[in-house]
Ligand binder design. Structure first.
Ligand SMILES: [Zn+2]
Length: 197
């Protein structure tokens, strides 16, 4: 539609999740009319995030050092481990202020249609962590949709023989949705009312 740099920008923006062609065009023209200092700050933030952010070597949450903020916090109990799909779920749960344990980020959910099986997730790493013996309760906080439920069922089968109590967040979360879209109060209640599986 356009030529050169502006079309390149629209194309790149359009590849981002949730950005359709119209939004891409709107953002691109916003950038053209924006203060150069603002655009430089955006470009720097993009580059710095890619350069500096990595995954925690313990739980696979996003981190700026070897371990993430949660894993570095000695006040958090190692007895309760909460399994989530993505780092954004850690943020959602932290917002509730209900949880004082640790996390394990799987990196997705089992989804046979998209070719994602247990081996593509950080399940082996989870089992290694559980093998150290300090975890008493494993909370399965995968998304309340088909893939999340399948993942929770799979993990419960793997972990229960290890003698660890396995719980799932209480109902009340919007079915079929993403954990990150639940409001703090609903998610907090789901945490308090978690049940054994
Ligand atoms: Zn961590």
């Amino acid at each position: 539609m356009y030529e050169g740099a502006i079309q390149d920008l629209i194309d790149e923006l359009g590849r981002l999740p949730g950005v359709g062609p119209k939004s891409a065009q709107r953002i691109a023209f916003h950038v053209l009319s924006a203060d150069p200092a603002d655009v430089t700050r955006l470009a720097t933030a993009l580059r710095r995030a890619k350069e500096l952010v990595r995954f925690c070597t313990v739980c696979y949450n996003v981190a700026e050092s070897e371990q993430c903020r949660v894993c570095r916090d000695p006040r958090r109990t190692e007895e309760v481990l909460c399994v989530v799909e993505e780092p954004k779920d850690v943020v959602a749960i932290e917002r509730t202020g209900e949880f004082r344990g640790r996390y394990h980020v799987l990196g997705g959910a089992i989804n046979p249609l998209e070719g994602v099986g247990p081996d593509n997730l950080r399940i082996r790493e989870l089992l290694v962590r559980l093998g150290t013996g300090s975890v008493r309760e494993l909370i399965l906080a995968t998304d309340p949709n088909t893939e999340g439920e399948a993942t929770a069922t799979y993990l419960a089968l793997m972990v229960k023989p290890m003698g660890i109590s396995v719980t799932r967040l209480a109902s009340g979360l919007p079915v079929g949705g993403d954990l990150e879209y639940a409001d703090e109060i609903t998610l907090g209640r789901a945490f308090e009312g978690r049940r054994a599986v």
